[in-house]
Design a protein around this ligand. Structure first.
Ligand SMILES: C[S@@+](CC[C@H](N)C(=O)[O-])C[C@H]1O[C@@H](n2cnc3c(N)ncnc32)[C@H](O)[C@@H]1O
Length: 268
């Protein structure tokens, strides 16, 4: 467990993942009914972009830093994300979610690493409806499903430092779908080979997801650095594809990125 998200916070992949997270939560909030968010690999929740780890890689320079100058009318999810990410403390997924929840909603944020967990606990301490657990997110997830409200989002954002992470992830998603088939799933993956990424998304689809799309992004990264990443979204809420396309149309140029939204099953 050497991975520390502080080296990558606010990079191109975080930007796209976090806009997607905000878009899904905005949709869930359209109904008064409570919902649950389960973040299986939560990280520490807040990252100092002027700190040592961020400075070492400079990755946020190709991500959130490129969006600081955007002005004017903005698609809804992008506007809300930029507002939450405007400071030098970059918000990770559990903090973004905690800030967007209403009193009736619940967040369970799971983090395995002891130092990251301690920081996460601290970050989420002001939020009464957030529960923080130091656990293996894969092992814990099935026991949280289905959430009592039977509405909600599962975010799975592993570090991909272990060999076989794609297989572990696909098995975890298949098991989760058996318990909560109607949930929205937001799953992050790196793209080092398109065939590997397609193999993974195909395996998850075969597990029985009725509606699925991917959002894939590519940037011009320095040699040896990750330059492509994807999101597999199962049961995307109605209009999510349009929301992501609208955000992509604004951020692609400043980030010098190619962003594609592709339906795999059950197009709206
Ligand atoms: C990519 S980072 C998460 C970033 C976060 N989701 C965000 O968007 O701000 C992955 C995190 O998973 C943690 N982790 C690694 N293995 C884990 C496991 N089996 N269960 C839960 N957390 C784990 C790592 O310590 C790391 O903080």
């Amino acid at each position: 467990m050497n991975y520390r998200h502080g080296y990558h916070a606010g990079n191109f992949a975080d930007v796209v993942k976090h806009i997607a997270l905000v878009a899904i939560l905005q949709h869930l909030k359209k109904k008064d009914t409570a919902f649950a968010v389960m973040d299986t690999h939560a990280g520490r929740g807040s990252y100092d972009l002027s700190g040592e780890q961020a400075a070492k890689t400079g990755e946020s320079q190709n991500g959130i830093a490129r969006l600081r100058g955007l002005r004017g009318e903005m698609p809804e999810a992008l506007a809300a994300y930029l507002d939450l990410a405007k400071g030098s403390a970059y918000p990770g997924s559990p903090l973004l979610a905690a800030q967007l929840l209403r009193p009736q909603d619940r967040l369970t944020a799971i983090e395995k690493h002891p130092e990251e967990f301690a920081a996460l606990k601290d970050t989420l301490s002001p939020f009464r409806n957030a529960v923080v657990e130091q656990q293996d997110g894969y092992a814990r997830l099935p026991r949280l499903l289905p959430p009592p409200a039977r509405r909600g989002l599962v975010l799975i954002d592993p570090p991909f430092e272990a060999t076989g992470e794609f297989e572990t992830l696909a098995r975890a998603v298949a098991a989760a779908l058996r318990k909560f088939a109607t949930g929205i799933y937001l799953i992050w993956y790196p793209i080092k080979s398109q065939a590997e990424a397609d193999g993974f998304t195909g395996e998850v689809l075969a597990a029985g997801a009725a509606k699925a799309l991917t959002v894939e992004v590519k940037i011009a990264a320095p040699e040896g650095r990750l330059d492509r990443a994807g999101l597999l979204v199962l049961n995307p809420p109605y209009g999510f594809d349009a929301a992501m396309r609208a955000a992509a149309a604004v951020i692609a140029s400043p980030m010098d990125a190619a962003i594609g939204v592709r339906w795999l099953a059950g197009e709206d």
